[in-house]
Design a binder for this molecule. Structure first.
Ligand code: UD1
Length: 374
């Protein structure tokens, strides 16, 4: 299964990043490759960074490259937006061409977005080994494109890098061998630890906000934001429960399209554009609580011990509930009482999550090097 390289050969890896949450996951791996190369001149890695272009705005992509110190991509496939099939197809076609031009030894994908799935399929069919970072997590909710992306990607992955023991168990149950599974922790948390001292106050953050308790809201899941009825139901519940507590809502472009139809305004609701990483984490870190439907944010709030509620029926990240500060909200009616608890500071305390220690990128690179070099 593993070809085995001689020390004089370079280990060529394609690193795939496409959508906003990918950038925080790939940055620590790039930095770990850079320090590995500086340290081991006889076991060099040659990364090729490929941006699929799934996210393309400065707000959703460019600022993350700058702030997380990610080098310019070697290739941008320019896939852009589209339906599930159109977007996935664009990425597949673009990456296939990239593989015709140069075939690496390994393709490394992260997370569960369409770029993850598309590039894993193309690599595997071209005879390139696939490594999946954040493998094995499962929500059991087949209505989410991310769940399908996870299952299909894992079904063709050669090396699984996992964030939890449970993710490894899911892979074993699916018939994968324990020799392919490496419990390494969470690269998103590497990025968080690496940047905690650099967090930046956003321009809109007035003196007034510095001294007052506020909540942060993010919503972008199709199930919550793609119909005006559902989005309105959620928003009304949140606004009523928060009473006069200020809410900062960095609004995802997907949500903005539908929100514009609601004609909803409230004096304590502050809508802002999607924030760069350092500004977003600043706002989260100084909040009294976060209401979200994101997966990654529940990991970050758990590590920061910030109260968090997730407006979803299920989670693929149960450790954010057992160890962390996250609570699932399965019905809109539960939102009100939980927001009251956040405002009264009556929330559970998070404890540390195994292996989420800021050193995952290095563990991934060390593992790959050991697997490849003879
Ligand atoms: C994608 C991921 C989701 C992830 C989320 C983070 C999939 C299936 N979904 O969802 O898992 O949590 O990213 O944001 O891969 N748009 C812009 N500018 C951009 C990118 C998108 O305006 O730079 C708009 C487009 O109008 C697009 C919409 O946002 O139609 C949705 O983008 P898309 O990548 O299709 O899905 P996300 O909802 O962002």
């Amino acid at each position: 299964m593993i070809p085995g390289l001689h020390r004089e050969e370079k280990f060529c890896i394609d690193l795939i990043a496409g959508a906003r949450p990918n950038f925080m996951k790939i940055a620590p791996i790039i930095h770990a490759i850079q320090s590995h190369n500086a340290e081991f001149v006889d076991r060099q890695i040659a990364p090729r960074l490929i941006h699929t272009g799934q996210h393309y705005d400065q707000n959703m992509s460019g600022s993350f490259f700058e702030q997380l110190n990610i080098p310019e991509p070697d290739l941008n496939l320019g896939a852009g937006s589209g339906s599930q099939a159109v977007q996935t197809g664009q990425i597949m076609t673009g990456y296939e061409q990239a593989l015709i031009e140069k075939k690496p030894h390994l393709c490394l994908v992260v997370g569960d977005v369409n770029s993850t799935l598309a590039c894993a399929i193309v690599a595997k069919k071209a005879g390139v080994l696939v490594a999946h970072v954040e493998a094995g997590i499962r929500s059991g909710d087949w209505s989410m494109p991310e769940e399908i992306n996870r299952i299909v990607t894992d079904s063709i992955t050669n090396f699984f890098f996992t964030t939890s023991e449970l993710a490894g168990d899911n892979l074993l149950k699916a018939g994968h061998s324990s020799e392919q599974i490496f419990f390494v922790g969470n690269t998103m948390i590497d990025s968080l630890y690496a940047n905690l001292e650099k967090l930046k106050m956003p321009a809109f953050f007035t003196d007034d906000l510095k001294n007052k308790p506020y909540l942060v809201l993010t919503l972008h899941r199709p199930a919550n934001v793609d119909t005006p009825e559902k989005l309105k139901e959620i928003m009304v519940e949140i606004l009523n429960a928060a009473q006069d507590t200020h809410i900062i809502f960095p609004m995802h472009p997907r949500t903005r399209k539908i929100f514009a139809q609601l004609n909803l305004q409230a004096p304590h609701l502050q809508i802002v554009d999607p924030l760069p990483y350092l500004e977003f984490m600043f706002v989260v870190r100084n909040s009294i609580g976060v209401v979200t439907d994101s997966g990654g944010i529940t990991e970050e709030t758990s590590v920061l011990n910030i109260p968090c509620m997730t407006i979803r029926d299920s989670t693929e990240r149960p450790e954010t509930i057992t160890f962390g500060s996250n609570v699932l909200v399965r019905s809109t009616k539960e939102i009100g009482p939980l927001i009251s608890k956040m405002i009264c500071r009556e929330w559970k305390q998070a404890s540390s999550i195994p292996m989420w220690d800021g050193k995952t990128g290095r563990r991934i690179v060390d593992t790959l090097v050991d697997l490849y070099f003879q």
